[in-house]
Design a protein around this ligand. Structure first.
Ligand code: PLP
Length: 402
């Protein structure tokens, strides 16, 4: 069978479920927020209701909804007292916002490697990179797989570091021993951008472990102005990160869809992992005990280099998969290979060569990694098996090309 990219019949004759998904519930929520008459959080109840539901589901004290996930990390860092001159340890394999948020508030991001199985930040690499100015760690729950929070918490306690979870992929994820993201005593940041597991097109949220941090997060996200202030008291330099009532109303409904969608994705991801393991052509992210509940924002894998076969061109594989009807993407670049990472305030005790040498897993992921958007896991078992069929088809053709 000819590859679809060369004019052949694609593996997928019908498209995967679309994203975002919505129904009459989102429509009526939008109308409800419209008819409130006041469309910002200060006089409405949509943000408050959504925050309460989201915090409760994750086992957190409270939450503050914001305009996007990037700004969520910025204000979480500020609320935790991180600022100019401080260093924050981040995984080298993540979306740029994890490190850019640090730079935006004057701190320096130090990029360290991830674990080869879960692709989450390596606690040993964190430990090895703690310096005199290190103040915080931002673990990213990669693709929805929870990090090794027990080891990270131990390291943070021993070295008096703050943890801020980047949970942009991890709505509804649960960690080791069925622990919710809000139960670790740290701030956690979410994104509701269009691709994410719940969305209002744009949006974000910070989960807070106590009232004191909730007030600080509110302050930094509300132009530095305390709740209830009527006399223009701006006690810190903040920003306006508030989310509109329309967005919060949609997110409340999106939250109610999450658990069911996660069940379907977990089921299909297991089927796909098992099928791909039998094929032996690719290696998928390994799900460990740290991922009690894995919502699968992405299905993440790398191409294997098979003995006696030339290595496949990853970018060409992605293009071929897309032509076969699979929503596939190249995985993230290593942070330290992105120019903005080296703009001030940039690391001075790390350089590019050292980063490359100390991050073999990130290097491998950046060169060989592919991810499939979670909407492809929302179909039935045959839809899921088609992903493996497409990978095998593309592999067979490209490995045979001379
Ligand atoms: C999407 C994402 C963000 C940022 O979220 P936005 O809402 O797009 O600003 C942060 N971190 C990670 C890991 C992400 O994937």
């Amino acid at each position: 069978m000819t590859l679809a990219i060369d004019g052949g019949t694609p593996v997928r004759q019908t498209p995967y479920p679309g994203w975002p998904q919505f129904g009459a519930e989102e429509e009526s929520a939008l109308l409800r927020s419209l008819h409130q008459g006041q469309w910002w959080r200060m006089q409405g109840c949509e943000n408050l209701d959504f925050e309460q539901a989201f915090a409760q589901m994750h086992g957190a004290h409270s939450a503050f909804a914001v305009s996007n996930g990037t700004v969520a990390i910025e204000i979480a860092l500020q609320a935790a007292g991180i600022g100019a001159g401080d260093e924050v340890i981040v995984p080298a394999f993540t979306f740029i916002s994890t490190s850019m948020a640090c730079q935006r508030i004057g701190a320096t991001a130090i990029a360290v490697d991830v674990l080869p199985d879960t692709l989450c930040i390596d606690p040993a690499a964190v430990l090895a990179n703690i310096g005199p100015r290190t103040r915080a760690i931002i673990p990213v729950h990669m693709a929805g797989h929870m990090c090794d929070m027990l080891s990270l918490s131990r390291i943070a306690d021993q070295h008096r570091l703050v943890i801020i979870q980047d949970a942009a992929h991890a709505h509804g994820a649960r960690g080791y021993a069925d622990t919710g993201i809000g139960e670790y005593g740290s701030l956690a940041c979410f994104s509701f951008q269009n691709f994410k597991l719940m969305t209002a097109g744009e949006g974000g949220l910070v989960l807070c472990p106590n009232e004191e941090l909730r007030e600080k997060v509110f302050l930094y996200g509300n132009c530095g102005r305390p709740l209830g202030d009527r006399s223009y008291q701006h006690t810190v330099v903040g920003t306006n990160a508030r989310l509109s009532e329309f967005s919060a109303a949609v997110l409340g409904v999106q939250l109610s869809r999450l658990e069911q969608q996660t069940r379907v994705r977990q089921h299909n991801a297991r089927l796909l992992s098992d099928t791909l393991a039998r094929q032996g052509l690719v290696t998928a992210q390994v799900r460990t005990q740290d991922a009690h509940t894995h919502p699968y924002y992405m299905f993440l894998f790398t191409l294997n280099d098979l003995p006696g076969q030339r290595a496949l061109d990853r970018n060409r594989v992605v293009d071929c998969l897309v032509a076969e009807g699979i929503p596939a993407f190249r995985s993230y670049q290593a942070l330290y290979r992105i120019p903005s990472f080296w703009q001030a305030p940039a690391p001075t005790r790390q350089d590019l060569a050292q980063c490359i040498a100390s991050c073999p897993v990130t290097e491998h992921m950046a060169q060989r990694g592919i991810w499939i958007h979670h909407r492809a896991l929302l179909g039935n078992e045959q839809d899921t098996l088609d992903i493996a069929t497409a990978i095998a088809k593309v592999h067979q053709h490209l490995a045979g090309e001379r």
